[in-house]
Design a protein around this ligand. Structure first.
Ligand code: FDA
Length: 404
């Protein structure tokens, strides 16, 4: 058999693929990265509003969804956020901590992509763009790839083709097809970190609120049972009204728990106990209008809308205990059933993916077929919002690259 042209071919020049490539290059492997897109790292460039939230200092297994919650532990432990920060600092890229633990490029995500591409160049990695992979087949202990630009033989193939979100950026289900071809399971996939759409009734109600944001606490409710992270079972982050529905970090986060038919429970005033605060205001300032009080706690347009939706704006003295309790429920436990989500068009990530049951958490190889590996978002490992998904891409890329 002819000796393979490359030790390893990586399919997908995204975050995980590039990180794996430079790591394997530095340990002396001849590496080729293929991508069907015309540019590498498109999602890196568009992430974090163009400034890429490239890691989260508090990354841990609890920040990930997976059918096997233990799978991510090994790689995350071996390549930690500080390791990536060290790389970024070595290249003189300025960064800022926008929210606790969330690191963003201070200027542009392009600087971060340049770090990866420069490192790939230094590590001797070859990058071929506009190359579609049509087929992958084992040839003895090596692999053959049939591509739009010819056949390539390699000792190993790493699938780093990401998830299904934003098809216009080059996302495909290719990685899942390859997994199935080699007998691996693919768990159900659905869009996550995605805005909600509303029924026409609610859409009309919130139409004038587009652009209004407020801090909320949100959980999902399925058949009377609350769903959400940790003991509190809710995310406490901002919500944004849009022309189509509800977005903002709080909504994106809870979308990873939400399933069609679930309700959202939104606390519009998570910093106070609404009932107690309203009762105190009724006692201290009985002549004040309800909308005035609401306008001091919430954005004015939202305060106004709330009194319109519920058809009452009494002075506080006129609020009976029963009506006060009703406002406590409306503001602290606003139940809303979304029509759906905006789907793959705007989702940041894919929940589900290649089942990790037959993948090694040490080197990401397929059980019984060590020349095939899967890394990054194509796997059934999905992070919360806040830099965790890139940290997974880096960590899985490094763990795999070191073992090639
Ligand atoms: P990625 O999707 O990055 O790369 C896959 C590559 O494979 C692409 O280059 C694609 O063209 C290529 N490919 C696909 N099919 C192919 C085929 N058949 N043949 C050849 N090539 C193929 N995360 C985070 O931590 N912080 C953030 O700030 C953000 N922000 C953000 C914003 C938006 C708008 C999105 C859509 C996503 C984010 N994310 C994020 C998520 C993050 O971008 C994502 O988890 C990582 O990019 C996943 O890295 P991968 O390398 O696994 O896939």
């Amino acid at each position: 058999m002819p000796s393979p042209g490359f030790d390893v071919v990586i399919v997908g020049a995204g975050a995980a693929g590039l990180m794996c490539a430079l790591t394997a290059g530095y340990v002396g492997r001849r590496v080729l990265v293929l991508d069907h897109a015309n540019k590498p790292g498109k999602k890196i460039l568009m992430s974090g509003g163009g400034r890429c939230n490239f890691t989260n200092l508090a990354t841990g297994p609890a920040n990930f969804f997976s059918g096997n919650p233990h799978f991510c532990i090994s790689a995350l432990k071996r390549y930690r956020p500080e390791h990536f920060v060290e790389l970024v600092e070595r290249h003189g890229v300025d960064y800022v901590e926008k929210a606790p633990g969330q690191l963003f490029c201070a200027h542009s995500a392009k600087e971060l992509l340049d770090v990866l591409l420069t490192e790939c160049e230094w590590a001797g990695v070859e990058l071929r763009l506009k190359t579609a992979v049509e087929r992958i087949e084992p040839v003895g202990e090596a692999m053959r790839l049939v591509t739009s630009t010819g056949r390539i033989e390699a000792g190993a193939v790493v699938i780093a083709t990401g998830g299904l979100s934003i098809p216009t950026m080059g996302a495909t289900g290719f990685g899942y097809d390859i997994a199935r071809q080699f007998g691996l399971e693919v768990t159900e996939t659905r869009p996550a970190l995605v805005p909600f759409t509303l029924t026409s009734q609610w859409k009309a109600r919130v139409a004038d609120l587009a652009g209004v944001a407020c801090d909320v606490a949100v959980s999902a409710v399925r058949a009377g049972q609350r769903l959400g992270p940790g003991r509190e079972r809710r995310y406490r982050e901002p919500m944004l009204f849009t022309h189509r529905g509800l977005s903002g970090p709080g909504m994106l986060q809870i979308s990873s728990y939400w399933q069609p038919g679930d309700e959202l429970e939104i606390d519009l005033l998570p910093n106070i106990s609404v009932g107690e605060a309203l009762a105190a205001a009724r006692h201290d300032t009985p002549r004040r209008q309800l909308s005035t009080w609401l306008g001091e706690c919430l954005p004015r347009r939202l305060a106004q809308a709330l009194t319109e939706w519920h058809g009452e704006d009494p002075i506080l003295a006129e609020l009976s205990n029963a009506r006060l309790e009703a406002w406590h429920e409306r503001l602290g436990h606003w139940r809303l059933k979304p029509a759906g989500t905006e789907g793959w068009r705007t989702a940041e990530v894919t929940l589900g993916g290649v089942d990790t049951a037959s993948i090694s958490s040490k080197d990401f190889s397929v059980e019984g077929l060590p020349q095939l590996r899967f890394i990054g978002e194509v796997l059934d490992v999905t992070g919360e919002l806040g830099g965790y998904n890139f940290q997974w891409a880096w960590a899985s890329g490094v763990a795999c690259g070191n073992a090639l």
